[in-house]
Design a protein around this ligand. Structure first.
Ligand code: AMP
Length: 188
C-alpha cells in the first residue's frame, strides 16, 4: 500500500499516519520529522533547512525532493509507505510522480483530512504549549496555514481528478477517525 496523508497543520496527520502504519504494516515517512531530526542533530541538511522551517516557509523543493527520494529507496520502504507532509506543492507532485515511475510503482490512495481553521488554530496553540516546537510561534503557524491553502490544498484536486482521493473529516475521536479512514480505504 502506498499512501499520502494530506491536510493542514494540526489536523492530526501524524496521529492518523501512525494508526495506518500499524494497520497496514508499512513505514510512515514524514518530511517534517526528517527535518526536525536533522535540526536537532545540527546536520548540514538541518542547517540548510532551519531558516525556512523557523519562519513556517517551505524548504526548497530540490532539498526536500532529495530527502524523499533517498528515504523511499531504503529497504523498509520497498513494500509500501505512507508519506506525511509530502508533496506540498505542484512541483513536488511532479517529482514524486517521476520517482514512482522510475521505481515502477503507483500510488494507491491519498487520504485528505479536513477541519476548520478555528479548530486547527486551537489544536496548534495547545501543541505549542505542550511540545515547544521552534516553528510553533503564532507567526509561523499563520504562515504555514496560508501556505497550505495557497500551495497544498489545490493538490487535492489534482489527486481527485486521478481518482485517488479519500476525504475524511478530521474532527472527532482519534479511534473513530482511524476506523473511518481504514474502512474507506478497504472499500475504495
Ligand atoms: P510538518 O511537521 O510537516 O508541518 O513540517 C514542518 C516544517 O518542515 C514545514 O513547515 C516546512 O518548513 C518543512 N517541510 C516539511 N515537509 C516539507 C515539504 N514537503 N516541502 C517543503 N518543506 C517541508
Amino acid at each position: 500500500m502506498r499512501l499520502l496523508i494530506m491536510g493542514p497543520q494540526g489536523v492530526g496527520k501524524g496521529t492518523q499516519a501512525a494508526a495506518l502504519s500499524k494497520h497496514f504494516g508499512i513505514p510512515t515517512i514524514s518530511t517534517g520529522d526528517i527535518f526536525r531530526y536533522n535540526l536537532k542533530n545540527k546536520t548540514e541538511l538541518g542547517l540548510q533547512a532551519q531558516s525556512y522551517i523557523d519562519k513556517g516557509q517551505l524548504v526548497p523543493d530540490e532539498l526536500t525532493n532529495r530527502i524523499v527520494e533517498d528515504r523511499l529507496a531504503q529497504r523498509d520502504a520497498k513494500g509500501g509507505w505512507i508519506l506525511d507532509g509530502y508533496p506540498r506543492n505542484a512541483s513536488q507532485v511532479e517529482a514524486l510522480d517521476s520517482m514512482m515511475a522510475t521505481a515502477g510503482t503507483e500510488l494507491d490512495y491519498v487520504v485528505a483530512l479536513q477541519a476548520d481553521r478555528t479548530v486547527l488554530l486551537e489544536r496548534m496553540r495547545k501543541r505549542a504549549e505542550e511540545e515547544g516546537r521552534s516553528d510553533d510561534t503564532p507567526e509561523a503557524i499563520a504562515t504555514r496555514l496560508d501556505t497550505y491553502e495557497r500551495e497544498t490544498a489545490p493538490l487535492l484536486e489534482t489527486y481527485g481528478s486521478r481518482g485517488k482521493l479519500v476525504s475524511v473529516n478530521g474532527v472527532g475521536s482519534i479511534e473513530s477517525i482511524s476506523h473511518e479512514i481504514i474502512a474507506a480505504l478497504e472499500t475504495a
